[in-house]
Design a protein. Structure first.
Length: 96
């Protein structure tokens, strides 16, 4: 039982740290918003720009650790649980 405490503690700390870091979607929103402001876009033109910017596929992380972090953050943002989360993580980690 004592052997199980350390991995569970490390997992708990990892999950807690995820809550404080900006998710990929939040970072993308901030970047797209800054770009739209820099271009002085307004109204429908801004809405169209933001929509296209947010739909753009992010660059695939280069290392497995970065890919795991990105997939985990996306699954958390989408509030996936159980089998849906497992399926999403499997598909996400397979993409290159």
């Amino acid at each position: 039982m004592k052997m199980l405490r350390v991995p569970l503690l490390m997992l708990g700390l990892l999950l807690c740290s995820q809550g404080f870091a900006a998710t990929a979607q939040q970072t993308k929103m901030t970047t797209c918003n800054a770009d739209a402001t820099a271009k002085a876009l307004k109204g429908d033109e801004r809405k169209a720009f933001m929509s296209n910017c947010l739909k753009a596929a992010p660059a695939t992380p280069s290392t497995p650790q970065e890919r795991m972090k990105t997939c985990n953050a996306t699954a958390t943002t989408q509030a996936l649980k159980g089998d849906a989360r497992k399926a999403f993580m499997s598909d996400c980690l397979k993409t290159k």
